[in-house]
Write a protein that binds this ligand. Structure first.
Ligand SMILES: Cc1cc2nc3c(=O)[nH]c(=O)nc-3n(C[C@H](O)[C@H](O)[C@H](O)COP(=O)(O)O)c2cc1C
Length: 194
């Protein structure tokens, strides 16, 4: 039985292009994996708190004084038991949503998702495929090169061992007609990729 972890990060709970294409992805995925399990993590509905000094000290072997590791343990377990990831990710102020960054801060953890071995960093999550549905108001070619938006996503996932990552970009959403066309294109691409 396959498991899909779906992570949403748009602040919009309605009218969100990334969530709409995400729903389409999940429907297709369920058709292909009728007995599959889906874990959902909605970072807008249940935001992840910023890291604290105590949490990071506990990450690096310090004695926890309370439940500092609990949330990170839960999030890492969700990603570890999943075969596939779906991340829906708008661009906000040239970067990923801060809620998604806070999520990564809890998941990128020494000796759990990466190791430092003989001077090299090794990602510990293996054999996971990740699909990212990125949305942005502007045109991808005008924005992405300077911001490193896509390369950040590939780098952070690669750092923890997830290197099989496909990014689908629904750009130009500021123009509703263009957005509708892009969504149709991306929905068709997704059908072939799942
Ligand atoms: C706070 C905020 C910041 C944004 N910053 C950018 C940006 O830097 N570049 C861009 O192209 N679009 C930007 N946008 C537009 C969103 O990326 C666009 O509306 C996208 O469709 C949002 O995703 P959603 O439709 O899934 O909610 C921004 C939107 C908001 C609300």
């Amino acid at each position: 039985m396959k498991t899909l972890l779906r992570i949403d990060s748009s602040i919009r709970l309605t009218d969100s292009f990334s969530r709409e294409v995400g729903n389409h992805f999940v429907s297709r995925w369920q058709e292909k994996h009728p007995t599959g399990k889906i874990i959902t993590r909605d970072l807008q509905v249940n935001p992840i708190p910023h890291l604290t000094q105590q949490t990071v000290q506990a990450f690096f072997g310090g004695q926890p004084t309370g439940d500092e590791l609990e949330l990170s343990d839960v999030l890492i377990n969700e990603i570890t038991v999943s075969d596939e990831l779906l991340i829906t990710c708008p661009m906000y102020n040239f970067q990923i949503p801060s809620t998604l960054k806070a999520y990564f801060d809890h998941v990128v953890r020494v000796n759990k998702t990466f190791q430092h071995k003989r001077g090299e960093y090794v990602g510990l999550l293996k054999n996971k495929k990740c699909s990212i549905l990125a949305t942005m108001g502007g045109k991808k070619e005008d924005i992405n090169r300077e911001t490193g938006f896509e390369s950040y996503l590939r780098n952070i996932l690669g750092f923890i061992g997830i290197t099989d990552t496909e990014i689908y970009c629904i750009d130009g959403t500021a123009n509703p007609e263009h957005a509708t066309e892009r969504m149709v294109e991306i929905k068709n691409k997704i059908i072939n990729s799942i």
